[in-house]
Design a protein. Structure first.
Length: 388
């Protein structure tokens, strides 16, 4: 089975989703190291192309199960960023009422049946969801994200067996990020993971997990295969985990288990700038379009999705001037990255920049060119609506 790849609009949407995941995870990293989070977090930085490329092929009625590194899957499937962030903070307005935390984000309305702190546990859960979809006969599929470490759990073989035997509409997504917690995969995993699936009658593919277009294409084939009643499909997406197993590890490990040169090498293969370069080369987007996606993610998404988190800074994230005015519940409140808005559930309507002089920051310039949606940081007389 083959397809022609994602459309330009689909590629732009995938890129925007990847940037959103990256910025959310970077924010959580910063908040953790600033001592603001109630617990540890396992970040998805470096693997964004996998979740975004796969979930772009799914509907809300399709189900996904995730892992302890599940923020990216949640956001890629359309989960609400504000609700996810509140959940990580343990707040009552979190997606699981603050009871699940970072490793247990779920939203049944979006088909996100749950992340899981138990390695490999999502496999059997997803098989159940696939069985339900088969019984319903509605053409929906169930997708399980799991890591190379989970591929060594016995439940993988059990699930491969029963889904192929019953021809369940399940898609296995193995995110081979190079590590099982603190152990390099080569030290704990024998052979090729995809070969384990090839022992069964199912569609199998190995893909560059840092190539968003390749992931989308492979996922489209696998999902179409499963939807058509042909049984399960398996994708091994080879990628890399840029951050550690979790953010606290440097404070507890006696020595590093990988060197900085390896990390920097993989930074050079980062899926986000790689997709941006592809978009520019293919004429899908311009440099200013790319800058605008990041600008909107940093500001519009941030204000719209995170207002209500008491003590969260809102603004441009550049700390250039600290002189912006945010209108909260009809009142003007001076705010920027240097100040906090204590506004639980506030209605943010507009943000105005005050004249402070100086050249436009690139992010500000991107807003200026953004179809009339303008930000006035350092430039008088320009107003940006914070509500789409």
């Amino acid at each position: 089975m083959s397809n022609n790849g994602p459309s330009p609009d689909e590629i732009r949407a995938i890129y925007a989703r990847m940037v959103l995941i990256r910025k959310m995870e970077e924010r959580l990293s910063a908040d953790f190291h600033a001592g603001k989070l109630p617990g540890g977090v396992h970040l998805y930085i470096g693997q964004e192309a996998v979740a975004a490329g796969v979930c772009a092929n799914l509907t809300d009625a399709d189900k996904i199960a995730s892992t302890h590194r599940g923020h990216g899957h949640f956001l890629a499937k359309g989960g609400d960023p504000k609700s996810m962030m509140a959940e990580v903070y343990g707040r009552e307005n979190g997606i699981c009422k603050g009871m699940g935390g970072s490793m247990h984000v779920a939203d049944i309305s979006k088909g996100i049946i749950g992340a899981n702190g138990i390695v490999g546990a999502g496999l059997a859960i997803t098989a159940g969801a696939a069985f339900a979809a088969q019984l319903d006969g509605d053409g929906h599929v169930a997708v399980c994200f799991f890591g190379d470490g989970a591929s060594n759990q016995g439940v993988l073989m059990e699930t491969l067996n029963v889904t192929s035997l019953w021809k369940l509409p399940m898609v296995f997504i193995c995110e081979h990020n190079g590590f099982s917690e603190f152990s390099p995969s080569a030290t704990v995993t024998s052979g090729e993971i995809a070969d384990r699936a090839r022992a069964f009658p199912m569609h199998v593919n190995v893909v560059d997990g840092n190539d968003a277009v390749a992931v989308w294409t492979a996922a489209a084939d696998a999902i179409a295969h499963a939807r058509s009643g042909n049984g399960p499909a398996f994708i091994e997406a080879k990628t890399y985990r840029i951050h550690g197993h979790f953010e606290m590890e440097k404070h507890m490990l006696s020595r590093p288990y990988r060197d900085e040169a390896e990390i920097e090498e993989w930074r050079g293969r980062d899926s986000i700038p790689r997709l941006a370069a592809h978009m520019i080369e293919a004429g899908i987007a311009s440099d200013s379009d790319i800058a605008d996606v990041e600008a909107r993610t940093l500001l519009v998404q941030y204000i719209r999705d995170h207002i209500g988190l008491t003590g969260t800074h809102i603004g441009c994230d550049t700390s250039q001037c600290g002189a912006c005015v945010v209108h909260v519940n009809g009142k003007s409140v001076k705010s920027c990255t240097t100040l906090a808005v204590q506004a639980e559930g506030a209605d943010v309507t507009t943000i105005e920049g005050l004249a402070t002089g100086g050249e436009l920051h690139p992010m500000q310039a991107a807003f200026k060119e953004n179809h009339g949606l303008q930000c006035g940081f350092c430039t008088p007389g320009m107003v940006m609506s914070a509500v789409d």
